[in-house]
Ligand binder design. Structure first.
Ligand code: SAH
Length: 253
């Protein structure tokens, strides 16, 4: 009889253990998100940000006409919340630009999608970006297999941008602190150039550093800016206007 009572108690503790252990396991997963989740938490083992990135791509980018499968895929896979200041993490996947300090912004997701698609960069291409900012646009290019050279004029942004890209494992990105008006002559010519701040006119040095057949995507203008795609031919340049935009100005040092 006593033996049976003991067995019963042991058995009840064993059942209790089987119930409690998995509950603790699940709670720990969502309460202690990994570093990459950055307070975004997890649902069924998948970080919450992945759902947010998927919605961002579907509702803001694909729905407005961006078709490039590789651009859409890259933007779904990049943790955009790790490119914004920690107090703005909750807004990282929303349909607008966000401040990144020093009076600068990370571009609206849709604009990043459109500009990357317009660049038509292929795997293995060498691309120059002007205005590294948070490093997000560079990460998108890197994810589609492009070799990225990016210049940033605000030193602290160049430093944190480079650190962030390195930490997140984007190895094919080179960040330089400097003046984008000069381009990166040591690395020229480039298959593509993407400019994420607006100059009043297309900088001549950038045209010179573009390969014949290459494309430059650039917002141009002081008060009224338009997004241009410039194609370099052996006879000169061809300009195509896409739509009006509003970017931070490309500054002179
Ligand atoms: N591509 C960035 C968005 C950057 S906003 C991202 O994905 O986050 C534009 C950036 O251009 C700012 O960081 C600004 O400091 C930089 N910038 C402005 N004038 C510049 C210049 N002459 N040379 C290089 N960078 C410049």
């Amino acid at each position: 009889m006593i033996k049976n009572m003991r067995q019963l108690i042991v058995c009840r503790y064993f059942i209790l253990f089987l119930i409690v252990f998995p509950i603790l396991g699940i709670t720990n997963c969502s309460a202690n998100p990994g570093e990459n989740d950055n307070r975004q938490g997890a649902v069924n083992g998948e970080p919450k940000w992945k759902k947010k990135a998927e919605h961002m791509v579907k509702d803001q980018i694909s729905r407005r006409g961006v078709k490039s499968v590789k651009v859409l895929k890259a933007m779904k896979e990049i943790p955009r919340h790790l490119f914004v200041p920690s107090n703005l993490v909750e807004m990282a996947y929303n349909d607008h630009p966000l401040p990144i300090g020093h009076g600068q912004t990370i571009s609206q997701p849709y604009i990043v999608g459109v500009m990357t698609e317009l660049l038509q960069a292929k795997e293995g291409d060498k691309v120059l970006e002007i205005g590294a900012g948070s490093g997000y646009q560079a990460a998108v290019l890197s994810k589609i297999g492009v070799m990225v050279y990016t210049i940033e004029i605000v030193r602290p942004l160049a430093v944190t941008g480079e650190e962030r890209l390195k930490k997140l494992g984007y190895k094919n990105v080179h960040v330089k602190w400097g003046d984008g008006y000069k381009g990166w002559p040591e690395q020229a010519p480039f298959d593509g150039i993407i400019v994420t701040a607006a100059p009043d006119e297309v900088p001549q040095a950038l045209v010179e550093q573009l390969k014949v057949g290459g494309r430059m995507v650039i917002p141009v203008g002081a008060s009224n800016q338009e997004l241009l795609v410039i194609t370099k031919t052996d006879k000169g340049i061809k300009k195509e206007s896409i739509f009006p935009v509003r970017f931070v100005p490309m500054v002179h040092p």
